[in-house]
Design a protein around this ligand. Sequence first.
Ligand code: FES
Length: 155
Amino acid sequence: MLPPTTDVAAEIDATVARFAHEPDNLILILHAIQNAHGYVPRESALVLSARLGVPLARIYEVLTFYHYFRTAPPGEHTVVVCNGTSCWLNGSAEVLAMAEAHAAHEGETRVEQVRCVGCCALAPLAFADKKIYTHLDTARTADMLAALRPQRAPR
Ligand code: FES
C-alpha cells in the first residue's frame, strides 16, 4: 500500500488535534472529514485508523452504521426520498424505484432515503438537489427527475 499523501496526513493530523480534548471523538472527526470532502475518502480513513490506533474495520462500522456518512463522492445531483410511514403508504417505493432507475441510467445522481422529515401531509415527497417535490405520483416523479438532466441548448 502506498503511504498517504502529505496533504491527507496533514489534514488528518490537524483534525485529530482539533478534537483531541473530546472523549470518543471518532464520530466528530469523521463529521469534520465528511464536511471537508462531501464524503470520507478511504485514504483518510486509513490515516485516521493509524493516528487513533482504531482498527479500520471499526471506522467502517461507524461509517456504515450512520446513514449520514458517505464513503463515495456525492454525485452531481442528489435525490433524497422520504421513506417514512406516511410517504411509504402513499407510494414512496415507486418514487424510490424511479429515482434509482434514473441514477443507474443517467449516472451522476446519488439517491438517498430518509425517515419522516415532518411534512407527512405532503406525502410522498422527495428532495432533488435540495428542492422539495411533494404529492409525488409517477408523472410528478418523472418531471422531478427530468429537471435533473442537463439542459441542452436548442439547435
Ligand atoms: S413520512 Fe415522509 S414526511 Fe413524514
